[in-house]
Design a protein around this ligand. Structure first.
Ligand code: NAI
Length: 356
């Protein structure tokens, strides 16, 4: 594991197995310098265990950076569940996962991610209180619930910031946006973009989701392998990571990349490639922080939804600052964002070391 190229001084990595429910999970804590490590739980069919471990390592580091740049008093962690043909992912399964989270004693706080629903988190909550993204309850005021609409809101605001910076326009009316992936985030994003007057091109593996966006928002369907290369103002990757690569970047015909998917860059140099191509890239973990801001503040006991919305609105300002610094220093946006995150993490490491 220490030789895995995604290992980055992670504080903790554990492997969990429950023979009764078939649960196989990896939990990675990248850093708890800023607070308990928080990040969603992803259920996915991985090619092998190394792929699952690599995903947990990359995603948990991304959460450290995301929480740091969002200004949350939370560290970064992530859980991945290895799905196979025999896993049922029912309530018993997620209760078992809740038991695993509980054993970590609050070092890791979970929530939903790809392949995991709000209902699953309710099952997790039967075994641990270190869980967020639960349905709205009277006791939590109007804060919490499915984080996806909040993520979509943050992405929408981030697209606005990018359009202002790259196209020098303050509204989205008439702009063409290609949305890849119409799941929990993508479909909410389509709604916000449509309401703002943008024209939509959409693609998803599910024809039903595409048809829904076409009939609701007049979106034009595009083939899954052609969505990224459309001639548009904005491409919003809202499916899986690793879509921006040495091979895919030269084929892009957009001025802006701004979407929800985690780990959009396949490797570090892809940020430079986008910069050199004149494409403004909204760093994924900055623009997609709306969900963690909602779930994080829910976990921290915030009851006022206007506080959550105010913090999500901050994504637009943070991105505007990153874009401005990128222009001034001729540095790719992902490097500017990483620099901010690392500064905050090392300042927190410094102060926690000083307290010891
Ligand atoms: P989801 O699982 O609800 O939706 C993903 C959608 O992408 C599905 O409809 C799937 O059919 C589609 N898809 C998969 N591969 C595709 C391809 N090659 N081309 C087109 N469509 C494809 O996931 P969700 O929650 O909407 O998340 C989307 C992305 O945003 C993920 O990368 C996730 O990690 C990230 N994200 C989600 C957050 C949330 O609050 N849900 C928070 C932060 C990041």
């Amino acid at each position: 594991m220490f030789e895995n190229e995604s290992f980055d001084g992670h504080e903790h990595v554990s492997f969990h197995f429950d023979g009764t429910t078939g649960l196989k999970a990896v939990i990675a804590i990248h850093s708890s310098a800023l607070g308990p490590a928080m990040g969603g739980c992803r259920a996915w069919s991985y090619a092998n265990e190394t792929a699952a471990l690599t995903d947990a390592l990359r995603l948990s580091r991304g959460m450290s950076y995301k929480n740091a740049v969002a200004g949350l008093p939370l560290g970064g962690g992530k859980a991945v569940i290895l799905r196979d043909s025999s896993s049922t992912l029912d309530d018993h399964f997620f209760e078992s996962f809740g038991g695993v989270v509980e054993k970590l004693g609050g070092r890791y706080v979970t929530a939903e991610d790809v392949g995991v629903s709000e209902r699953s988190m309710v099952a997790v909550a039967r075994r641990t209180s270190y869980v967020s993204g639960l349905p709205l309850r009277a006791s939590s005021g109007s804060v919490g619930g499915d984080p996806s609409p909040k993520t979509a809101l943050g992405v929408f605001l981030g697209i606005r910031a990018a359009v202002r910076s790259r196209l020098d326009r303050s509204d989205l009316g008439g702009l063409v946006v290609a949305v890849q992936g119409l799941g929990n985030v993508g479909r909410h994003l389509c709604q916000l973009l449509h309401e703002a007057g943008a024209k939509l091109l959409v693609a998803d593996l599910s024809a039903k989701s595409v048809d829904e966006m076409a009939s609701r928002y007049g979106a034009t369907a595009v083939a899954v392998d052609e969505i990224l290369t459309q001639q548009v103002d904005v491409v919003a990757p809202c499916a899986m990571g690793g879509v921006l690569t040495e091979a895919s970047i030269p084929a892009l015909r957009t001025k802006i990349i701004a979407g929800a998917a985690n780990n959009q860059l396949r490797e570090g140099r892809d940020g430079q490639r986008l910069f050199d191509a004149g494409i403004l890239y909204a760093p994924d973990y900055v623009i997609n922080a709306g969900g963690i801001i909602s779930a994080g503040l829910e976990f921290l006991g915030e009851k006022d939804a206007s506080v959550v919305n105010f913090r999500i609105a901050g994504i637009e300002k943070t991105l505007a600052e990153i874009f401005a610094r990128s222009r001034e220093t001729r540095t790719p946006t992902d490097r500017i964002a990483d620099g901010i995150a690392r500064e905050r993490l090392s300042a927190a490491h410094g102060s926690s070391a000083a307290r010891m």
